[in-house]
Design a protein around this ligand. Structure first.
Ligand SMILES: [Zn+2]
Length: 88
């Protein structure tokens, strides 16, 4: 997917998430998981002592209201900053 195309979708989706979050808790009707905006990405552990250090893994990234993708290494548990696979 093109970066600009995803960013347009993500901007709208983040606005929806923030709008839902601003409602009273009993009126917060979050999107179902299959409807949650996601994009393929790559996660690579950057902890030098980890057995999978530097090995890229394909992951599915789910959009967050703050627009930041977060991940965790499945081997060492350290946080990873995943990168969405988008074309410029
Ligand atoms: Zn690791």
């Amino acid at each position: 997917m093109k970066r600009a195309e995803y960013e347009a979708k993500a901007t709208a989706f983040r606005a929806l998430l923030n709008e839902i979050a601003s409602r009273p808790q009993n009126e917060q009707d979050w999107p179902d998981f299959p409807d949650w905006l996601s994009v393929p990405g790559t996660s690579t552990c950057t902890t030098p002592t980890c057995v999978v250090f530097g090995q890229p893994f394909r992951v599915t990234l789910h959009e967050n209201a703050d627009g930041i993708f977060r991940g965790m290494c499945g081997q060492c548990g350290n946080p990873i900053t995943p990168v969405p696979d988008l074309e410029d």
